[in-house]
Design a protein around this ligand. Structure first.
Ligand SMILES: NC(=O)c1ccc[n+]([C@@H]2O[C@H](COP(=O)([O-])OP(=O)(O)OC[C@H]3O[C@@H](n4cnc5c(N)ncnc54)[C@H](OP(=O)(O)O)[C@@H]3O)[C@@H](O)[C@H]2O)c1
Length: 290
């Protein structure tokens, strides 16, 4: 009989997909247990262990790791997926030049992006690494973003969202460093970009102009997008479209399926240790969907 695979995921995205397969033991790490349980109930998913943790809070992570150990016993964890992130709406459409007069806004947003996307991810890995060491598949995955790839930034002059991009670039480097340190223990560390996905992060006023399917209102501010920001977005959308890049988001479940396929087919022996790739196995971050 096939052994059950044991996954721990920070935040909902992949939970829905993984929990629909009874062969998996799925543990979700979230900030709001009740909201997640309501979500799971609405999706008809009952076999998910939902634990509470804020990934910036080492103590809550250590407590969650202890609870995970109780659930899994000595069999450990097969795959740890670091998906939770701070996807800033504050600097999403502005460039360093737009922020010349407001460096504090840039620095504060960069600090917050690093607190969650780099230090929070580091703390999560640190808390759960002993369980991964006990597991069989031994895979630690970070959901990163092509926004943090300097070749992409240079090719299309993507001047926007510096704090988020910096944090994602640092996160991918963190995974490469973890990989260099732990590959001899047989643990694969890699980062994956999930493509453009229709989530709360993209369904904001700042991203609204990228696709007609997005709402023009922000769930964070409930304010309509300003004319200035709209013009900035339309400029980048035009450049992406001219370059033949995708600007239509995928459904979260579709992105999760593509990422999971990439996670299953990746291994240290096939050279994926420390890699930073799109779910499609390339560095074409915004490739049009086939
Ligand atoms: N959407 C895209 O097009 C896209 C593209 C490239 C990469 N990504 C990456 O994909 C991942 C998911 O993005 P998304 O679009 O789904 O973002 P999102 O809609 O902003 O959701 C982020 C999730 O992270 C959780 N989170 C934030 N801070 C946390 C903390 N301190 N502790 C625990 N959980 C925390 C949030 O939990 P709460 O529910 O408690 O707020 C939320 O559920 C991110 O890593 C993002 O960088 C997304």
């Amino acid at each position: 009989m096939r052994k059950k695979e044991r996954y721990l995921i920070t935040f909902y995205g992949f939970i829905q997909l993984l929990a629909s397969n009874p062969d998996n033991i799925v543990i979700g790490l979230v900030r709001d247990i009740k909201a997640t349980q309501d979500h799971l109930k609405a999706d008809g998913l009952s076999h998910v262990h939902v634990l509470k943790a804020d990934i910036t809070d080492g103590q809550s992570l250590r407590r969650a790791a202890g609870e995970t150990r109780e659930i899994l016993g000595e069999r450990g964890l097969d795959v740890l997926i670091n998906n939770a992130a701070y996807v800033s709406d504050v600097t999403a459409v502005v460039s360093l030049r737009d922020l010349e007069q407001d460096p504090a806004r840039l620095l504060q947003d960069t600090q917050k992006s690093f607190d969650v996307n780099v230090f929070g991810v580091y703390k999560t890995i640190h808390a759960f690494l002993p369980l991964v060491q006990q597991g069989e598949l031994k895979k630690v995955v970070g959901i990163s973003s092509g926004m943090g790839d300097i070749d992409f930034i240079n090719a299309y002059d993507v001047a926007q969202a510096a704090p988020y991009a910096l944090s994602k670039a640092a996160m991918s480097t963190l995974f490469a460093k973890f990989n260099a340190a732990y590959r001899r223990q047989g643990i694969l560390f890699m980062t994956l970009c999930p493509g453009l996905v229709d989530t709360a992060a993209t369904n904001t006023n700042t991203c609204a102009a990228l696709s007609p399917s997005f709402s023009l209102r922000s769930p964070l501010t409930s304010t309509a997008v300003s004319d200035e920001d709209l013009a900035r977005l339309q400029d980048i959308q035009k450049r992406f479209e001219t370059a033949g890049l995708n600007t239509i988001p995928m459904k979260p479940i579709e992105s999760a399926q593509r990422c999971l396929k990439a996670i299953h087919s990746s291994s240290l022996s096939s050279g994926h240790g420390g890699s930073f790739l799109s779910y499609n196995g390339t560095k074409e971050w915004a490739k049009k969907l086939e």
